[in-house]
Design a protein around this ligand. Sequence first.
Ligand code: URP
Ligand code: ZN
Ligand code: ZN
Length: 463
Amino acid sequence: MMPAMRILISGGTVVTASDIYQGDVLVEDERITTIGTDLKVPADRTIDARGKYVLPGGIDCHTHLDMPFGGTTSADDFESGTIAAAFGGTTSIVDFAIQYKGQTLQHAWETWMQKAEGRAAIDYGFHMIITDLKNQVEAEMDTLVREGVTSFKLFMAYPGVFMSDDATIFRALLRTGKNGGTICMHAENGGVIDVLVQRALAEGKTAPKYHALTRPARAEAEATHRAIAMAEMADVPIYIVHLSAAEALEMVTEARDRGLPAFAETCPQYLFLSYDNYEEPGFEGAKYVMSPPLRPRETQEQLWRGLAFNDLQAISTDHCPFCMKEQKELGKKDFSKIPNGAPGIETRMSLVYDGGVKSGRISLNRFVELTSTSPAKIFGLFPKKGTIAPGSDADIVIFDPTKTWKISKKTTHMKVDYNPYEGREVTGVTETVLSRGRVIVDGGKFTGKAGSGNFLRRACRMI
Ligand code: URP
Ligand code: ZN
Ligand code: ZN
């Protein structure tokens, strides 16, 4: 038996969703084994964390690595995307496998497992996107839940590609009532949006800003309301992904006030960017073409309120990067052909710390809860992930709350030719990162290994 590899993180401020205290954390092999004060134990390496926060590794429960979409493929694969995630303080992701029409869920899962295997540098799980819910596919949902793919994404948008009708959605919701899975919903009224898009194009409105102008907030609110109503009738929880509009948040808040298990995430782009970005000159607005689109600036404060008061439970990135060159450019003459999505896997923790904690909008504990603990609980990873406790995986971020970072294409590692936050200065930077006890980011360098991330066999929802 090899003796355990021991790393002692000493003198830092340990922060979890519920506690803040000065402490030493002992890591043996892949796990946290001891937490105390002034621990005097021999270690292979001691990391001096004085003046730093010792945080549970970030969990990004919404990413799209190596994803074919809009006639191209997202620019980060599982290697570049997870390395970028690590630099930004994220140690686990839950990505999306896609079942295309006519395929089995098993085939889709295997396809995405192959994309990740040998490449991912941090641990990863999958949600399953369902686009073709035949009877035997419904039965397959149960198998996947048993295998650790315990959540499913359905779309109320993108007719003819991803969209499911209400009957299909309702059947999937009912099935999760039996198998313990969770339905994640892309809530936008795809039928209405399609008509608006066709009308805009017929009127010669082809610029990127028309992407936003043809996807009204009410189309998101209506679908959010309908999704929650169907979940209520099926008597199951529901999780709304990438919520962007204040009108949609109202629907979630109303449902939660009635005691319904309605959950929702938002993303940094909706907290820091706005419709104004689509008005940038030339084709620049294409950088921000994503669905749902960016909303009026005033929405940002309403989303922060939702985060502070637990009407929103998680901040994920919806990282889905496409380069301007050759990818976003596909829609130069027609906004509806711009691949939807933007990069963000690396910048989430610093943006949210700076805009949330430093600006006084959320507490330090809430920051940890939104970026790690709550996603871990909702998606069946807690307490293995999402906290700092004896027995938990040693996924640890040593975070310097005083250091500043000018976000730029040049200072990030995502494989995309622009950064939506170019030039923005944030305070609060990830310094050192441990993934299951291995130091994978150290002194500004990636010291991990592509392929050392493990597949996360997730349990069912816990809240
Ligand atoms: O524009 C977006 N959000 N692209 C990724 C796919 C999705 O709907 O999440
Ligand atoms: Zn979506
Ligand atoms: Zn997405």
